[in-house]
Design a protein around this ligand. Structure first.
Ligand SMILES: C[S@@+](CC[C@H](N)C(=O)[O-])C[C@H]1O[C@@H](n2cnc3c(N)ncnc32)[C@H](O)[C@@H]1O
Length: 278
């Protein structure tokens, strides 16, 4: 079975930069009874948890229906296969001319049923730009970013995972009194673009703070970035108001990302895992 260190299909916010350190922390522990990936996204954290601890039950909350995209890889490959000759005369990563764009749109328009526009976006749009429909795609300038080889089918990617699709609060309610549970908690980042997610509402401060209720007295891996200032906020509240800081005594690992010459951010993984629960 393949060892996945990135998700098989593009997913904004997937934790590929943390997979190495996440694994390093998991292998130090005995397998818990259950991992619950509350904000599963691409399922990458679930996959890695199951690979490190195959005896644990791993619940992947596929809120975005990523499985539909995985199940459509053959269809996506067929589309990309037909697009390759259309862009053969265009250099990689350069703009696609209008007449070629029309041919591309005509080809995609032939499809019925579900089309994985997120994956098509990563082949046809500027880096990190995504659309969810043909109508949106028509409005964009296209670039030739089509990969040369087919996307691997990833048939084993969900193997052994228990897949659910629920609001995270409902999922937490179901398991909150179980012992030996480790929560994987990677909510949408505060005030960042969530347009490719199932719920495309920007996460506001209240939504973000609500998630902290899940951390109380639980074992967890929690992901955030320095942009949210949530760690600083919780520390201040803990130090000054007598309220509990849910990150008190949590360990932290960071990953620095440079976006361009003027912008960068630090992603963080905070974790707390009481050994005696295994
Ligand atoms: C930062 S992403 C998680 C990425 C994931 N850890 C990965 O590696 O691919 C946050 C996810 O939370 C999902 N989400 C948004 N609101 C949610 C809710 N109320 N309950 C559960 N998931 C939700 C988003 O759709 C998105 O898939």
């Amino acid at each position: 079975m393949k060892n996945y260190s990135t998700a098989p299909l593009p997913f904004v916010g997937q934790k590929r930069n943390f997979i190495k350190v996440f694994k390093q922390e998991l292998v130090k522990k005995e397998a818990p009874k259950i991992y619950i990936d509350l904000f599963g996204g691409s399922g990458l954290l679930s996959r890695v948890a199951k690979d490190v601890h195959p005896t644990s039950k791993v619940i992947y909350n596929d809120y975005d229906n990523y499985r539909e995209r995985l199940n459509s890889i053959t269809k996506t490959n067929a589309i990309l296969n037909d697009l390759r000759p259309l862009v053969a005369h265009i250099q990689q990563k350069t703009k696609i001319d209008i007449s070629t764009k029309e041919k591309i749109i005509k080809r995609i328009a032939k499809e019925t049923g579900f089309v994985d526009y997120i994956t098509l976006s990563s082949s046809l749009l500027f880096s990190m730009k995504y659309v969810l429909s043909l109508e949106q795609l028509k409005k964009e300038t296209l670039y030739n970013r089509i990969r040369k080889s087919p996307i691997p089918l990833a048939e084993d990617y969900l193997k052994g995972l228990e897949v659910v699709s629920l609001d995270y609060k409902m999922l937490f309610e179901q398991y909150k009194n179980y012992d030996s549970v480790v929560y994987l908690i990677d909510p949408p980042y505060l005030s960042t673009d969530c347009s490719t997610y199932a719920s495309d509402n920007y996460w506001k401060l209240k939504d973000y703070l609500d998630v902290l209720k899940v951390l109380h007295n639980q074992n967890y891996f929690y992901f955030t970035s320095n942009k949210s200032s949530i760690i600083e906020l919780c520390k201040w509240i803990g130090d000054n108001t007598g309220a509990v800081n849910p990150f008190d005594k949590a360990k932290i690992k960071t990953h620095f990302t440079t976006m361009n010459q003027t912008s960068s951010y630090t992603d963080m993984m905070l974790f707390k895992w009481n050994q005696t629960t295994t």
